[in-house]
Design a protein around this ligand. Sequence first.
Ligand code: PLP
Length: 389
Amino acid sequence: MEVVFVEPERDWEEETKLIHAGEYRDEGTGSIVTPIYVSVIYRYPEGNPYGYKYARNSSPTIEALEKKMGAVENAEDAVSFSSGMAGISSTMFTLLSPNEKLVTTKDIYGTSYEFFTKVLTKFGIKVDEKAIGEKVIERMDKNTKVVFVETISNPLLIVPPIDEIAKVAKEVGALLLVDNTFATPINFLPLKVDAYAVIHSASKYLAGHNDALGGIVASNDKKFTSSLRNTRRMFGGIPDAQQAYFIIRGLKTLHVRVKYQNEVALEIAKFLEDHPKVERVYYPCLPSHPSYETAKRLLKGCGGVISFEVKGNGFDAIKIMKKVKVIQRTASLGGVESIITHPATMTHHTVPPEVRKELGIKDNLLRLSVGLENVEDLINDLDQALSTL
Ligand code: PLP
């Protein structure tokens, strides 16, 4: 029985790759959709043409996901993980040795920050996390081994000039890693501006339905992806087949979801900017955002996350969060349900108040992740909640 993974044609555009690339099409049954292979063990040394042995190494559903993500990120290879953090931690342990230096920024995802500053440093890795946004360029020098930035920061949505950072990284001989979770490959392709690798929490837009965790790391350096698979085999951070299937399934609608979320978020951002109970709106596709020009240059759209300060204090922000009805009160982002978060007491509560202040995360700030609901319903929901202030 011949089984093939679909090889994307050279001229396929993103949407076609999302649907067909990497799919495991079983010629014996004629199945169109990649099956969920639950087998943990595979017959070997003879007996399977793909070299599967044990599901902690790889298996067909995992490989289908990786082939699809490699195609979508325009990368030679992609490696999947059980969560974004498994991908980030495995990447760092693959690339960095004691006394080598990682340069990053203060405004990255909190758990990444915690992992870099509390765990990597325990292994003698030097971590420079002094910069915010584009200031990372000033921190890079010839002793820098790895640079880690996010395409769109959280929660103030700063877009660092990744093309310029990539140039400087090349000059000093550093490897630039870009966490592209907030932008998605629909809005930005880091490898196209010469990043060394792109990382995703697939738990957000890629899977897209708040029902699967996952992580992806893609790169053109196959020596690196091969070492990364080895790290994964040892750390054990591979997704299971069910999880991988959910991500594959989510990816097939990624372009439709993200384009809708780009449009609706921009409309809601404009609505909020005009609202009398709103102090300030942060959305990089609005001219009022400090990253507007960079976003215009680099991104096809600004994604589904908007942050805004309400007129009032932290208690007022929490009140709004409690008053919304369609929008759900929790953390995370990128799914079909719209979600509202109060960074100071939720996603960023472990960040000391003085650091929150330095980052510009005020107590009256709310973060909204726009889902796929009707835009008028979302605007009405926000309006009725804001009108209680
Ligand atoms: N990177 C970013 C930008 C995130 O927002 C998150 C999670 O919120 C992660 C990485 C970690 O991903 P995961 O939760 O899948 O481990």
